[in-house]
Design a protein around this ligand. Sequence first.
Ligand SMILES: [Zn+2]
Ligand SMILES: [Zn+2]
Length: 117
Amino acid sequence: MRLIGRSREQLKLLGDYLGLCRSGALKELSKRLNHRNYLLESPHKFSVADLQQIADGVCEGFLKALIEFASQHVYHCDLCTQRGFICQICHHQDIIFPFEFDTTIRYARHPQLCTAL
Ligand SMILES: [Zn+2]
Ligand SMILES: [Zn+2]
């Protein structure tokens, strides 16, 4: 359940990117969401369909596939990559994104820091 909450937060951050992108990627993501657009808006809201998926053990895979699709878009999209960040401490050339929970840390004042420190 904790992992699912994490994936939902990730998906929400990705949704923010796709929502501002003019490429129409959000439409494609919405299609994959099966009309469950609240998944992008409220990471803490769970519908009966979500709870059913969790009970069936397929929720994680479902979210993973969405995250995979959305992050692949962001990484390959000229518009979205412009909205990434550079680590404020090491100023490494790699662009980092807030949804990269495994490799970045967010602090209140600094949008992004990588964990390569
Ligand atoms: Zn984009
Ligand atoms: Zn860094």
